[in-house]
Design a binder for this molecule. Structure first.
Ligand code: P6P
Length: 292
């Protein structure tokens, strides 16, 4: 059977297993790679030696997965041909890598799309993130958006996934975390924050997947919103917005670019930015009302 013929969901599962298998090597390579390199990534951000190291490890491993035809990452201007296969993987090799200097959590995000990039979130056949926290874990699911069961896994030292609990967003929200500077928030978003901060506890750590993990564990809302200085926000749809929307919606929550599910945002480029808001449905509905 050629890679083109392999069931896309099976390819997504194999890609997630591969990311888990590489995770211990990524984590082990962090201590000696805390220095910044010359140049910037395609989004104009500084690049750590650890970013490049993780990206190279993941590109080599994921390109060998039968059925993966394209590898794309936040660190590369354009997608890489990975041989015969209909599934495209989009990776943020080290999400929140600026946390390496301060020794705070960061992670790896992977999205598996059935088709070419840039792709709609509706084309996802699987997504997940590895969280390099006190414990290395993965949160992941496979299948079409809305069909996937989202589960947490322990990632062992030899890169195996040990299933833990199914992830379901708690009904009663507890935490919030919003990126950007307060003076840079548009007035309508700032008004929404005024309401939310009366109800929830602030949890913001500068790595999207660590902050989203707080929301998945305790209920609440995470956002990197549109800013006055950056109307499309900071986070990338292909590598960050779509996969976390897939996971949070699969766990019973909602996502939004301010107007609709992130999974329905038209894909225009692999590095396109999008305002990201994910969390409990009621909080996202209130957000959309505030921004309308
Ligand atoms: P700021 C990390 O660089 C990242 O892409 C996300 O993981 C995180 O949510 C955001 O940027 C943090 O941005 O402006 O708070 O440093």
């Amino acid at each position: 059977m050629s890679g083109q013929d392999r069931d896309p969901v099976a390819v997504a599962e194999a890609a997630l297993e591969t990311v888990a298998a590489v995770a211990p090597d990524v984590r082990d390579g962090l201590p000696g790679r805390r220095r910044y390199l010359e140049g910037e990534n395609p989004s104009g951000e500084e690049v750590l030696a650890a970013d490049v190291y993780a990206d190279d490890l993941l590109e080599e491993a994921l390109s060998d997965v039968d059925g993966v035809g394209t590898y794309a990452s936040e660190e590369r201007e354009s997608a890489v041909d990975a041989g015969g296969g209909g599934v495209s993987v989009a990776v943020d090799p080290l999400d929140g890598s600026s946390n390496l200097k301060s020794n705070n959590p960061m992670g790896t995000v992977v999205a598996a799309y059935d088709g070419d990039l840039p792709a709609s979130g509706r084309d996802l056949v699987g997504a997940g993130f590895v969280l390099y926290g006190p414990v290395t874990t993965m949160v992941a699911g496979v299948g079409a958006p809305g069909d996937a069961t989202i589960r947490e896994y322990l990632v062992t030292d030899d890169g195996e996934r040990e299933p833990l609990d199914r992830v379901d967003l708690p009904d009663d929200p507890t935490v919030y975390g919003f990126g950007g500077r307060v003076p840079d928030w548009p007035d309508d978003f700032a008004a929404y924050v005024d309401e939310v901060e009366e109800e929830l506890k602030l949890r913001y750590g500068g790595a999207m997947i660590a902050d989203v993990s707080q929301v998945l564990s305790y209920g609440g809302v995470f956002a990197y919103p549109a800013l006055e200085s950056a109307p499309d926000g900071k986070l990338r749809l292909q590598f960050e917005g779509n996969p976390v929307a897939y996971l949070v919606e699969g766990a019973g929550g909602r996502s939004s670019d301010g107007d609709r599910s992130l999974l329905d945002v038209p894909a225009t480029g692999i590095h396109q930015r999008v305002p990201v808001h994910v969390g409990n449905a009621e909080l996202i509905e209130r957000l959309e009302s505030a921004l309308s």
